[in-house]
Design a protein around this ligand. Structure first.
Ligand SMILES: *Cc1c(COP(=O)(O)O)cnc(C)c1O
Length: 396
């Protein structure tokens, strides 16, 4: 017999989200999501679509006509980028220095591509000379790299050099900007990136569901002149063109509330000013970094590839990182995460993204993490952490 489930009212805990995403959502974005639905072809929604595209171009720093939110999470915009750009039999160069380069490789293989790799250790960026050597050896058609590797806390610092190498070999460049867009300097046009994709729930502080994607005309020409249709119907840009291009005809029902949400989230970026927002991430995450360093902890990446939006903090010797993560969740409602892959158990991954990148969150983090480590007997100087943190925040 099927009985009626006794499921109570939804009461989620009130967490502070400083993990690898999602980040805390701005109250204005939550309000936008709870406004009434309109049809996905309603004249008012067409206006909203135009607004989103215009705002997205601003945040990506591009004039690309082909700038849209893809229905789904960051992996959806990622699969749209790779699935459309890569044709069966083409060679795709991807990095091996983090978790998301591996996901790129899987997607490129499923698209029928032949994957080759450029190596760097987890926790380090790609070296231009290695990328040059990989191009000379493999002559790839498509080069994918991760601008902000969320698994290691590494920012790829030499992007213009990488795109120059790729274009000298007539290849197309796909950039994973999921954890950089709206938080860390990113210049799609100036850096000559052909395709960039991102997610809403990292530095844009928006619930997951509609994910930014931008393609240059040159990249879109490649997509529209494919010999074989892309293997996914849902993510086929030649079909999505009908909905997001001039025609505005039905393809699939847009996730209306998520489009409202990203419109508001992008509007918040425009109000703050994109450069100011990058500056805020540098300052607030800089306070976090100074705080944990003064406590006696180190960051895993070197300063020249430090990623403000995701701080990879080395766990002290003899400390169980997962226990400390459980402690701050239980005692402070604070979410941080552990390392992935090669760095599992060795690092804390502490996000400082969008609406979560606020001084009060850094103060909470220093207090909570310090207490969690002391509870395990670690020799950390929490007072010095606070002083260093206040020193940085005091400047602003
Ligand atoms: C989070 C993330 C993704 C995947 O996004 P989802 O929203 O989890 O699908 C891809 N790349 C990077 C670098 C990420 O941080």
């Amino acid at each position: 017999m099927i009985t009626t489930p006794a499921v109570g009212e939804l009461v989620p805990p009130n967490r502070t989200l400083m993990g690898p995403g999602p980040s805390d959502v701005h109250p204005r974005v939550l309000r936008a999501m709870s406004t009434p639905l309109v049809g996905h072809l309603d004249p008012s929604f067409i206006e909203i679509m135009n607004d989103v595209q215009e705002l997205m171009r601003y945040v990506f720093r591009t004039d690309n006509q082909w700038t849209i939110p893809v229905s789904g999470t960051g992996s959806a915009s990622m699969e749209t980028a790779i699935g459309n750009l890569v044709e069966p039999g083409e060679t795709v160069l991807v990095p091996s220095n983090g978790y998301f380069g591996g996901r790129m490789a899987s997607m490129a293989e499923r698209a029928g591509g032949t994957v080759v790799r450029v190596d760097a250790p987890w926790g380090e960026p790609l070296d231009s000379a290695d990328v040059q050597a990989a191009f000379d050896e493999h002559q790839p058609d498509v080069f994918g790299f991760v601008h902000a590797e969320t698994s290691t806390g590494v920012r790829q610092p030499n992007v213009p050099e990488l795109t120059r190498i790729a274009h000298a070999h007539d290849a197309y460049v796909v950039a994973d900007c999921v954890t950089s867009l709206g938080g860390v300097e990113l210049e799609v046009d100036d850096w000559d990136i052909d395709v960039a994709y991102a997610g809403p729930q990292k530095c844009l502080s928006c619930p997951p569901g509609a994910s930014p994607l931008t393609l240059s005309d040159r990249a879109m020409d490649k997509v529209l002149s494919r010999e074989h249709p892309t293997r996914s119907w849902y993510f086929d840009l030649s079909l999505l063109e009908g909905y997001w291009g001039d025609e505005r005809s039905y393809h699939h029902t847009a996730p209306i509330s998520n489009v409202y949400a990203i419109r508001e989230a992008l509007r918040l970026v425009a109000e703050e000013g994109i450069e100011n927002r990058w500056g805020r991430h540098l300052r607030v995450a800089g306070a976090l970094k100074a705080g944990v360093e003064a406590m006696g902890l180190g960051l895993n990446p070197t300063d020249d590839c430090w990623l403000p939006s995701l701080n990879a903090v080395v766990a002290p010797d003899g400390i169980d990182a997962d226990d400390a993560i459980d402690y701050v969740l239980e005692h402070y409602d604070l979410e941080i995460a552990s390392g992935l892959g090669a760095l599992a158990g060795d690092i804390f991954r502490i996000g400082c993204m969008g609406y979560s990148a606020r001084p009060e969150n850094v103060a909470l983090l220093v207090a909570a993490l310090g207490e969690a480590l002391e509870a395990q007997g670690a020799d950390v100087d929490v007072a010095a952490g606070f002083d260093a943190m206040r020193g940085v925040l005091g400047d602003g």
